[in-house]
Design a binder for this molecule. Sequence first.
Ligand SMILES: [Zn+2]
Length: 260
Amino acid sequence: MPTGSGVYIFKGQGTLPLYIGKSVNIRSRVLSHLRTPDEAKMIAQTRRIDFIETAGELGALLLEARMIKEQSPLFNQRLRRTRRLYSLRLVQTNKGSVLEIVDGKAVSLGATPKLFGLFSSNHSAKTKLNELAQEHRLCKVILGLEKTSTRGCFGLQIKTCNGACVGQEDRPLHDQRLLTALEDLKVEVWPFSGAVELIEENNGWVQRHRVNNWCHLETWCSKTGQASQFSTFNPQDFDRDSYQILVKPIMLQTVEIQSC
Ligand SMILES: [Zn+2]
């Protein structure tokens, strides 16, 4: 097993993988699997372990996510393909800011501003909104989680709402607090006018990951001189896992980026 970045694959008797993982050090990660008592069941079924090296960590993350989606290994719980995504959109009305739940099919995720959170269902978007209301003493009537009443929201009676519904709290202050509550959930808009290449280099070995609107299109490898194409660009292909892998390196520019 190599000590560099890449993806490793635990295989059983059939051709289908049991487990796919990634690491910046394949060897030490695989060894730690072998020493984990909770994974004894998977290890007992393993007949061989394969690996694919990558030039860097980003390449390993992108490859792992794609392989898990394509092959659905028995022991991988996460990174299941979510066909439908929902988000919260901040909308300005004459009274102030409100949130509406939007279907990812109806808005362009990753290209539309003022979206917060990526949820696999309408219900989980509502649950998150309820949690935020609770945590930040926001008004559930204003957030559209409760019906309007002249006596204010239920939270006002049990003192979990600061009272924006009855004018006890100024609406702009409530809206400012709402914005703060949503900060960490912001869905970044793709910051380039088109596709870019993210470049990873390791001792002269170069991999260039072509990405557009948070969608991984292909990876070119200097060892083969070829690009393996994963998808053609389609704005509807927005994928939550790819977004989560790419958002920090791109927004914080911790990876070399070239426009193309
Ligand atoms: Zn209220």
